[in-house]
Design a protein around this ligand. Structure first.
Ligand SMILES: N[C@@H](CCC[C@H](N)C(=O)O)C(=O)O
Length: 295
């Protein structure tokens, strides 16, 4: 890591999917994977499921083309330092940070992500709604992949929310085991970049609960893109397809860290609503920050 100036950080979460936030408007910080992993380390670092690198779109090569639509780019990194295309809880927390820092007015704003520009609404009650775009079902509507944990296997649906997901409906969330290692997903070529895996049970009509194993982070207390993928998989399983039906569908998705409400609109667009909290801010010790090995 390189920095002559003290490096600021914040800590935030959305339904307990927690993030280290590093404001870097001009994109001058070097954040190699080893530095991200060190910052996200829960014992030796700040701790988080991922890192939100806050950069002006105009200052980041991956976001420059979106600068006219969205001033700020969410350069999202997983806890292991890998790059992800999108983070649904992260983008809500990112918007909360912009509002708190006075970098965006209250109400509506746009955030550039690797999956495209996402529009966000900050409500007065603390909830944040993000327009997630439409889901892609690469293999059509039928379960097309298999998820295995130990002796148990389930048919699962491949749902892409900008990032990849395998959604398996199970009888009991405990059947996912301790999730200390990634569940096996077959065929492997369904996910050339790896995948997030969601295990889902029903809680009631249009109400489900999930556990998730995140690519690059392990089991987390919530995953926003995962909850959207689950909503779409549940709707299709229930015979609902808003774009074909011409009527929206709303599901409540319980995650270990809280609750998300997700609507698939008649135009196929998905809206996710949930809390987004900033809980701390500070300055990194310059020696600690400088000592991070480069990649
Ligand atoms: N927790 C996020 C998803 C973060 C990225 C994911 N681990 C991946 O690698 O795709 C969310 O809230 O969507």
């Amino acid at each position: 890591m390189n920095s002559a100036e003290p490096v600021r950080f914040l800590k935030g979460h959305g339904t307990e999917n927690d993030f280290v936030i590093i404001p870097d408007p001009d994109g001058t910080l070097e954040l190699p994977p080893s530095a991200v992993a060190r910052l996200c380390d829960r014992r030796a670092g700040i701790g988080g499921d991922g890192l939100l690198h806050v950069v002006r779109s105009a200052a980041h090569p991956e976001a420059r083309a979106m600068a006219g639509e969205a001033e700020w780019f969410m350069d999202y990194r997983n806890a292991d330092g890998s790059i992800a295309e999108m983070c649904g809880n992260g983008v809500r927390v990112f918007a909360r940070y912009l509002e708190r820092a006075g970098l965006a007015g209250a109400g509506d704003l746009a955030v550039a992500t690797r999956a495209g520009v996402r529009r966000v609404h900050l409500a007065k009650n603390g909830d944040v709604t993000v327009h997630m775009g439409a889901a892609r079902l690469p293999a059509g509507a039928d379960p097309s992949v298999t998820v295995t944990v130990g002796e148990r296997s389930w048919p699962a649906r491949n749902v892409n929310m900008g990032n990849p997901h395998a959604v398996a409906f199970v009888d009991d969330l405990d059947h996912a085991g301790d999730l200390l290692t990634a569940p096996a997903v077959a065929p492997a070529d369904a996910y050339p970049e790896g995948t997030n895996v969601e295990f889902v049970v029903d809680r009631g009509p249009r109400h489900v609960a999930l556990r998730v194993h995140e690519r690059g982070a392990g089991e987390t207390r919530s995953c926003g893109t995962g909850a959207c993928a689950v909503m779409v998989a549940a709707a299709r399983r229930d015979g609902l397809d808003p774009a074909a039906d011409g009527a929206p569908a709303t599901y409540t998705v319980d995650v270990p860290g809280g609750r998300l409400v997700i609507t698939e609109r008649a135009d196929g667009g998905i809206e996710m609503t949930g809390p987004a909290v900033i809980l701390a801010e500070g300055t990194l010790d310059p020696d600690w920050f400088a000592a991070s090995p480069g990649d």
